[in-house]
Design a protein around this ligand. Structure first.
Ligand code: DSN
Length: 433
């Protein structure tokens, strides 16, 4: 349709660009932004065309409060099958006794676990945000910090690694009801067995938030936390490369409490279109090509850490066991904010990040967090990521020609096109027309 729709009948047949050219154009612009920048935000990824298709599908129309076979609405036969497939695939992929695939995002997964096993005022022991934790692990301005008594462990000043003896000491002192491990900016393996021993010693429950490294777990590259933990929470859109969403794995004994906490405890109607896309994401994550993709994420992360250090840029803990690493700028002339802004001018997207014992506030920060899932998804190999590392080293040097560096970033993006087939998708193809 070339002209704006005027009637109800027109609207029922119209495409997005017919109805809302402004939004269609912005979606097209976002596609071009994603294509044209080197995306190193460690929590982001470019999901598969197959999951995009599922996420943009008709179950968005369906209400289905409840769970498969136990709904409060009619007409749920098909969405029951969709959700059951997602549950079964999640359980199989991570070898879990129970899965809840309804949480809308990562924050809701942690909220549901807290609601399932804690009362307001109960004590949680978790990694502090500035040492690599997460908002929902007890930041004062977050619901978690407002509702619960939060005690934090941190990393060692010398090694920047979790000090398990100190975690045990704090656990004995504070007797938490729940210990939380995992986080958003911890580059090394989370040793869940050590946490299990500590939890058992003080009679605490254990939650691992594996949102960042779930893809590596699915591929068998990072240890699976499920056996050691009472609860495991995750998102589907980070290393796991699925749609934006969350899911919870837990032991059977907690299944009913978790399900009740999600619905009716804190969410209403599930996002059935997103649950369909989660099912597809779990199916893909069980394949050999997915394992190879995750292996390349790891190889690229190591190559990036090495190249940065060869160029004199400090990397916290000297490297990474995962997909993410932290540049430590404390001994440089730049803050995290400076670095983020300079890198953006050179065509590289990152986020500033506090590093342990940071003296700068989070809005400025002394670190930058980098991750390789998104660039690896668009096909960057070791040579490409080494070139990215050299560009970053130059950006963080005095007198860098940021325009020339941006041209080098653009050349990499051109060589490794993102979503080359996407112009065939009607929604995006019409953008800007
Ligand atoms: N905001 C995400 C991250 O960047 O790690 C975590 O929720």
């Amino acid at each position: 349709m070339a002209v704006a729709p005027h009637t109800f009948e027109d609207l029922r047949a119209a495409t997005l660009s017919d109805v809302d050219p402004e939004i269609a154009d912005l979606l097209g612009q976002e596609l071009e932004r994603e294509r044209g920048e080197i995306e190193l935000i460690a929590s982001e990824n470019f999901t598969w065309p197959a999951t995009l298709e599922a996420a943009g599908s008709v179950p968005t129309n369906k209400y289905s409060e409840g769970y498969p076979g136990r709904r409060y609405y009619g007409g749920c036969e098909i969405v029951d099958e969709i959700e059951q497939l997602a549950i079964d695939r999640a359980r199989t992929l991570f070898d879990a006794q129970h899965a809840n695939v309804q949480p809308h995002a990562g924050a809701q997964t942690n909220m549901a676990v807290y609601f399932a096993c804690l009362e307001p005022g109960d004590t949680i022991l978790s990694l502090s945000l500035s040492h690599g934790g997460h908002l929902t692990h007890g930041l004062k301005v977050n619901f978690s910090g407002r509702l619960y008594d939060i005690q934090h462990y941190g990393v060692s000043r010398e090694t920047s690694l979790v000090d398990y003896d100190d975690v045990l000491r704090l656990a004995k002192e504070h007797r938490p009801k729940l210990i939380v491990c995992g986080g958003s900016a911890y580059p090394r393996t989370v040793e869940t067995l050590r946490f299990r021993e500590i939890a058992d010693e003080v009679g605490a429950l254990l939650l691992c938030d594996m949102a960042h490294f779930a893809g590596l777990v699915a591929a068998g590259i990072q240890p699976n936390p499920v056996a050691d933990c009472d609860f495991v929470t995750s998102t589907t859109h980070k290393t796991l490369a699925g749609p934006r969403g969350g899911f919870i794995l837990c032991r059977e004994e907690h299944a009913q409490a978790v399900d009740r906490a999600v619905f009716p405890g804190m969410q209403g109607g599930p996002l059935n279109h997103v649950i369909a896309a989660k099912a597809t994401c779990f199916k893909i994550a069980a394949t050999e090509p997915f394992r190879e993709y995750q292996q390349q994420i790891r190889t690229n992360a190591d190559a990036l850490a090495e190249t940065l250090q060869e160029g004199g840029v400090e990397v916290l803990t000297g490297g990474t066991d995962t997909h993410l690493l932290l540049i430590d700028l404390r001994r440089s002339e730049w803050s995290g904010k400076d670095a983020e802004e300079r890198l953006a001018k050179a065509g590289i997207t990152v986020n500033r990040n506090t590093i342990p014992f940071d003296e700068r506030p989070p809005t400025i920060a002394s670190g930058v967090r980098l991750g390789t899932p998104a660039v690896t998804m668009r096909g960057f190999d070791e040579d490409d990521i080494r070139e990215v590392g050299r560009i970053i080293v130059s950006v963080l040097s005095q007198g860098a020609d940021l325009e020339a560096l941006a041209a080098r970033s653009a050349a990499l993006c051109e060589r490794r096109p993102l979503y080359p087939e996407m112009d065939a998708f009607p929604t995006f193809g019409a953008a800007g027309a």
